[in-house]
Design a protein around this ligand. Structure first.
Ligand code: ATP
Ligand code: MG
Length: 484
């Protein structure tokens, strides 16, 4: 198998899947599909693969059919002849025939495929015909990889009764780096505080360390404020406009104001359907469509409540968008005037509560999902947040990290509270105990439940003592979250 080039960070599984596809014997899978949100490294990976194994790489653009065919003909001519000029390709039917004649082996990558299929809706059918036993690809050893980021379009490619359904032997989704890989990528795995702060802004999207900030990386948590002022809050740095661009790029988002409002509602913590509708001042039947579109584009996810699956909340997947909605959008005019430092000072509290807080909870859930067998001696079915109503005070206890068993859906393995900015104390543990008792009354099996405090700023003496005295209480600090 072709070795992964040094320039490709992590992505071992993705690389393995891609090389297995590209290097399989002829006849064993001729079509692969690579999708994933923007900036995750689809082009980077597939073009590195073409460099390794040989083949043809075409990056489509937002062109009309005629222009796309002309560019395709030029790219093919460049590929075989190395010079200028181009093949005259009057239709995609002929273009595909020409393609397989000129590239009979190796890898053919068509990047940004949704641009082509939007301008030429018949293209997937033509490809299906080409891949059929008597089609243009027959008898060749070439492998075709379709690549793209418009998530809805890529999903449609293989869905339902789409012509290419069931054809692909590789379906790879390139996802953002998880929080641990992101920390290594930003060279801050030894500084968990900085790692959480950075993850809350740039998440696990590889491009945001490279082209988007020109490899400007803060050296320590103390440098974070200065870094943020000179990069993401700086109108001359590409990352500044990226969140807006990401939304604008999603082809189906025709009413950006509406989508931004939905996202700001979620960012501000109004994350139920009713909460979002209330924030927008619209009936909740009117926000179904934007929610579906945002979910299909993987910009938001819907998460069921751990204890009441019928209730769900929405979260913003991409940290940069949550940062934009929670911090940048509100101070846009200050930022445009170059008053980033001022804007940043005014946003400190919102950054902590609306941006880092929720992202830290997500990190804790991810940590717990990975480590549940070791922590609780059982396999988790779900790790999610949940709400436990407390009839006594007519209040609700928010559980940030609830873990339910994979085998018995009502068995609670753990209840956890995550706090980023505050030292945790006994009162946090007491709330978890109260929630445990209330859940037991509601029929959950809480007999073995561990109570976990995830503390970004540490734990006070009393809480430490309590945890020392009770084996069912665990304290998880930053170092532990980062496996140190
Ligand atoms: N695994 C990686 N290791 C190092 N750098 C990476 C990696 N993946 C991506 N990058 C960096 O991120 C940049 C953006 O990646 P790329 O353009 O391939 O994303 P994409 O998924 O094709 O996005 P788009 O949908 O916007 O085209 C790359 O140019 C590279 O600098
Ligand atoms: Mg790309």
């Amino acid at each position: 198998m072709s070795a992964k080039p040094d320039k490709v960070f992590a992505r071992d599984k993705e690389w393995e899947a891609l090389t297995r596809f590209a290097e399989a014997e002829p006849g064993h899978g001729t079509l692969g599909v690579v999708s994933g949100r923007r900036r995750q490294g689809k082009t980077f990976l597939t073009s590195a693969l073409v460099e390794q194994v040989g083949g043809f790489f075409f990056a489509a653009n937002d062109d009309t059919e005629t222009v796309a065919l002309r560019r395709f003909g030029e790219a093919l001519a460049l590929h075989v002849g190395g010079g200028a000029g181009g093949f005259h390709l009057p239709s995609w039917d002929q273009a595909i025939r020409q393609l397989y004649q000129l590239v009979p082996r190796g890898l053919i990558v068509i990047d940004e495929f949704p641009y082509l299929s939007r301008a030429s809706p018949g293209l997937p059918s033509l490809l299906q015909i080409a891949l059929d036993p008597r089609g243009a690809a027959h008898g060749t050893a070439a492998k075709l990889l379709l690549c793209g980021s418009a998530m809805s379009a890529m999903g449609d490619l293989l869905a339902g009764n789409a012509p290419l359904r069931g054809r692909a032997s590789l379906e790879l989704v390139v996802k953002p780096f998880d929080y641990l890989t992101a920390a290594r990528f930003w060279s801050c795995e030894n500084d968990p505080k900085l790692a959480v702060l950075l993850y809350s802004v740039v998440g696990g999207t590889p491009a945001y360390r490279r082209q988007f900030v020109g490899d400007d990386v803060p050296g320590s948590a103390e440098e974070f404020d200065a870094w943020i002022v000179r990069t993401v809050l700086n109108p001359t740095v590409p990352l500044f406009r990226e969140a807006r661009y990401l939304l604008a790029e999603e082809a189906e988002l025709r009413d950006p104001a509406l989508y931004h409002s939905v996202l700001s509602a979620i960012a501000a913590g109004n994350n139920t359907r009713g909460g979002i509708a209330g924030y927008l001042g619209r009936p909740s039947t009117h926000i179904g469509h934007p929610l579906v579109v945002l979910e299909d584009s993987q910009l938001i996810t819907r998460e069921e409540d751990a204890f009441a699956p019928a209730k769900s909340t929405y979260r913003i997947c991409e940290p940069l968008i949550a940062f934009y909605e929670g911090v940048m959008r509100r101070s846009w005019s200050l930022l445009e005037q170059g008053l980033a430092e001022h804007a940043w000072r005014l946003s400190a509290e919102r950054f902590r509560s609306q941006v880092v807080g929720p992202r830290f909870e997500e990190i804790c859930r991810d940590f717990t999902m990975r480590n549940a067998p070791e922590l609780f001696g059982d396999l988790p079915g779900r790790v999610a947040s949940g709400v436990v109503p407390d009839p006594a005070g007519r209040t609700r206890i928010q559980i940030d990290v609830a873990v339910l068993s994979a085998f018995e859906p009502k068995k609670v393995l753990s209840l956890g509270e995550a706090k980023w900015g505050k030292v945790m104390g006994l009162r946090h543990l007491q709330r978890l105990r109260r929630a445990r008792d209330l859940l037991a009354v509601k029929g959950f099996d809480t007999g073995d439940a561990k109570l976990v405090c995830y503390g970004g700023a540490g734990f006070d003496e009393e809480l430490r003592e309590a945890a020392g005295a009770d084996p069912r209480v665990l304290l998880v600090g930053l170092e532990r979250l980062y496996g140190r």
